[in-house]
Ligand binder design. Structure first.
Ligand code: PEP
Ligand code: MN
Length: 323
């Protein structure tokens, strides 16, 4: 009966969101877009030979839904490499209009923080609801896809009207209430690694989103805290090939927060692409020195465009050489 369910979900009342094929004569989920707990329970109850379940039994805490056995292809409905650029924080209409105009020929994905998770409670916290309004107005006249951070489940409703991709910031990687709430949306979620998060903990956070029903998780390496004070963080390039061997979730690189210094952003971004990153998340500002937040790491829009062009050329070269 459960085999029937896996082979013919539509017949059992589920939309044909996920199709399955047979791999080694066992049902194999190719595309998950349904409450995954139900799916996991179904598999759990029928097929203890499923490699994912066997792995789970051997090491009960190891991430399961994000494994290649369980999710044999990238579940995100976006095209890669994904290039996302724009200011750390949304400051004004003029700031974003200029960013969109200059970046649009290269990418339609524009980042701009509206709710900012700041270390210092006394500093600019983002425009908040006024920023949501501003984007709403701008969308009447400009075409762009907004990528912005959600810091609290109550923001999801308003932000889902203006965002194409949500971001979970470093400080919230383990905020399980937020992860579960985002798992109930159908937008792709960029999940940033926390300052001291291990690969396993990071994937466990992705499991929360997927288990709640949203498989479209994009991992984002943004540097970790180490003993080195010269750079804001240490960009962990190992994370990219390591995770690409473990999971089919895409992984992008934020070398702005990963380095904290404008002159390091591009070289490390190109290194990340060489290591296999599926895209970049870069802070750029029309007048970087005046940026209200993260001015030290902001590129100009021209520098950001040049970086995206170089990164795309590098991806093309690597693909044509099959590396
Ligand atoms: C950001 O993207 O502006 C940001 C706050 O990033 P992180 O969560 O990586 O610190
Ligand atoms: Mn920032």
């Amino acid at each position: 009966m459960i085999y029937d369910f896996l082979l013919d979900p539509a017949h059992h009342g589920f939309k044909t969101w996920f199709k399955n094929t047979k791999k080694n004569n066992r049902p194999c989920i190719n595309h998950i877009n349904m409450p995954t707990r139900m799916l996991l329970e179904s598999i759990n109850s029928i097929d203890h030979q499923h490699p994912c379940i066997k792995h789970f039994e051997k090491k009960p805490n190891w991430p399961c839904l994000t494994s290649k056995d369980f999710m044999p292809k990238n579940p995100c409905e976006l095209s890669f490499p994904l290039m996302i650029g724009g200011p750390c924080s949304l400051e004004s209409k003029q700031q974003l209009t200029q960013t969109i105009h200059q970046l649009y020929p290269i990418t339609k994905y524009i980042r701009a923080g509206i709710y900012k998770p700041r270390t210092n409670a006394h500093q600019f916290q983002g425009l908040g609801p006024a920023g949501v309004e501003l984007i709403h107005d701008l969308k009447q006249t400009h075409h762009f896809q907004l990528v912005s951070e959600i810091t609290c489940p109550s923001q999801i409703e308003g932000m889902s009207k203006i965002c194409s991709i949500f971001q979970v910031g470093t400080r919230n990687m383990s905020n399980t209430a937020l992860l579960k709430a985002l798992g109930q949306t159908d937008l792709p979620i960029i999940l940033k690694r926390s300052l001291s998060g291990t690969y396993e903990e990071w994937l466990q956070s992705a499991e929360y989103i997927i288990k709640a029903g949203n498989p479209q998780v994009i991992l984002c390496e943004r540097g970790i805290r180490t003993f080195e004070p010269a750079t804001r963080n240490t960009f962990d390039i190992n994370a990219i090939p390591y995770l690409k061997a473990k999971t089919n979730l895409p992984i992008i690189a934020d070398t702005s927060h990963g380095t904290g210094h404008r002159h390091l952003v591009a070289p490390i971004a190109l290194a990340a692409i060489t290591a296999g990153a599926d895209g970049l998340l870069i802070e750029a500002h029309p007048t970087p020195l005046t940026s209200i937040t993260d001015a030290n790491q902001a590129l100009s829009i021209e520098e950001c465009s040049a970086l995206f062009n170089q990164a795309q050329a590098l991806v093309d070269f690597l693909e044509s050489n099959n590396t």
